[in-house]
Design a protein around this ligand. Structure first.
Ligand code: ATP
Ligand code: MG
Length: 427
């Protein structure tokens, strides 16, 4: 029978790869705590309408990337979340989270987009999302960018640079839209099919084109910044002065529009040249209209999301590695009394805070010792009928040359304690 494979573009994280994920997650958890952000967990499945109303009908995500299906039981249209902000705001409205003041929150987990799988682009990928709900900014927008700079440092990443832009308010964007349409219509013969279609439906999206052939026409397009009103300009200036004061370098990219419709004012991307075409590792912006757009009371907010796979690829590229946590002791055992005693010793060791692997499946002493060695454990504890009789264990160091010692269980546990590691203890 043919073996069943995973869905294309959806990856397994295997035991050899998980240490770098866990190390990343630990760094991220500590980094978020150090800025006062609190964790939220939302379902991966939402009503389709949530994403249509928030991300926008004429966007790549909603037009062609969503995993949408009809619930066979009640006919409801559901979608696997393509991103987290919509769910986060939906939950904030549903549970009245910003009722008693603004909130700093974060979440992480799998997101789903039906894209063409390639390096750095998958159909199930993972994001960390950070949101400041109920904050008008631009101070909190600057905080988000300062946070990014600190995280790259903590992860050991250089070569990640910040581009910012301001989309202004809806009125400025409408003004700009007219100028952009006039410009694009004058050069319509140079547009690819996608851009021609977008010119009719959502002209700003033309600036977001990934087709290299569109580069010149995008570069020469009119600038959105020229249409901003005084309020947006002042806020954008304030943001820049906060970033300068915090020593975060940035460049202004007036063509940065982002692939989702809900943004206004400050938007930004963190990119690297080390990952080829998929170089955006983190992106975000302000979305003051989103609460209202999905049926809540108006509340200003902003946030960003980073792509975990891309950041891990970048960590690998700069040689950042993480070692797997190995057990303290592997218990090798034989004989009826020895086998029985090994079970109680394993639990006694765990009570003492050690990480213990108890050999299962029998086999010769030699083959058990081989497993002990492969496990990465620092010690093997050898238990036979003799040890069971005297309620002792024979301890053999596996990573250094030392004489094998026969010790009482308690003394063995003390000997095997790793002073470099904080052992949790139930005893
Ligand atoms: P791109 O322009 O690369 O398609 P995007 O603008 O669609 O990105 P966002 O919706 O802003 O991406 O998501 C934030 C981050 O999530 C991206 O910067 C990227 O790091 C990551 N990301 C987005 N889509 C994917 C994907 N299909 N596979 C892996 N990571 C992704
Ligand atoms: Mg995309």
């Amino acid at each position: 029978m043919q073996a069943i494979q995973a869905v294309r573009g959806m990856n397994d994280v295997l035991p050899d790869q998980s240490p770098i994920w866990e190390s990343f997650e630990q760094t991220v958890r500590d980094w978020l705590a150090c800025y006062g952000y609190r964790n939220m967990r939302m379902p991966v499945l939402e009503k389709t309408d949530l994403f249509v109303r928030s991300i926008g009908e004429v966007t790549d995500i909603v037009e062609k990337e969503m995993y949408t299906f009809v619930d066979q039981l009640n006919g409801e249209s559901l979608t696997l979340r393509p991103e987290g902000t919509a769910s986060c705001v939906r939950a904030a409205i549903q549970h009245n989270l910003v009722y008693s003041g603004p909130r700093r929150v974060y979440y992480w987990g799998p997101m789903f987009r039906h894209e063409r799988p390639q390096k750095g682009r998958f159909r199930q990928f993972h994001q960390v999302g950070v949101e400041a709900l109920g904050f008008a900014g631009p101070d909190v927008d600057a905080e988000h960018m300062v946070m990014g700079a600190r995280l790259w440092k903590r992860l050991g990443l250089e070569d990640v640079s910040l581009e910012i832009n301001s989309l202004g308010d809806a009125e400025s964007r409408a003004r700009y839209r007219d100028r952009l349409v006039a410009y694009l219509e004058a050069r319509i013969d140079e547009l690819d099919e996608d851009s021609k279609r977008r010119l009719r439906t959502n002209p700003l999206r033309v600036l977001d084109s990934k087709n290299p052939a569109m580069r010149t026409i995008v570069a020469e397009a009119p600038q959105l910044l020229d249409d901003l009103n005084d309020g947006s300009l002042a806020s954008f200036d304030k943001l820049q002065s906060l970033l300068r004061a915090a020593n975060v370098s940035f460049t202004i990219n007036s063509r940065l529009v982002r692939g989702l419709d809900y943004y206004n004012d400050a938007v930004y991307e963190w990119t690297t040249k080390r990952l080829g075409a998929q170089g955006t590792v983190c992106a975000g912006g302000r979305y003051d209209g989103l609460f209202e757009q999905i049926g809540g009371k108006p509340a200003p907010a902003c946030g960003f999301a980073m792509g975990i796979e891309r950041l891990l690829a970048l960590m690998a590229d700069v040689g950042r590695e993480a070692a797997a946590r190995t057990p303290d002791v592997y218990i090798v055992h034989a004989g009826d009394a020895g086998n029985r005693f090994a079970w109680t010793v394993a639990e006694d060791f765990r009570d003492a805070g050690l990480d213990v692997v108890l050999h299962c499946g029998g086999g010769s002493f030699k083959s058990q010792m081989k497993r002990a060695d492969n496990s990465g454990a620092r010690f093997a504890a050898i238990i036979g009928d003799d040890e069971a009789q005297s309620e002792q264990v024979s301890v053999k160091a596996l990573r250094e040359t030392a004489e094998q010692k026969k010790l009482a269980v308690k003394d063995a546990a003390v000997l095997m304690h790793d002073p470099a590691r904080k052992h949790g203890s139930d005893g």
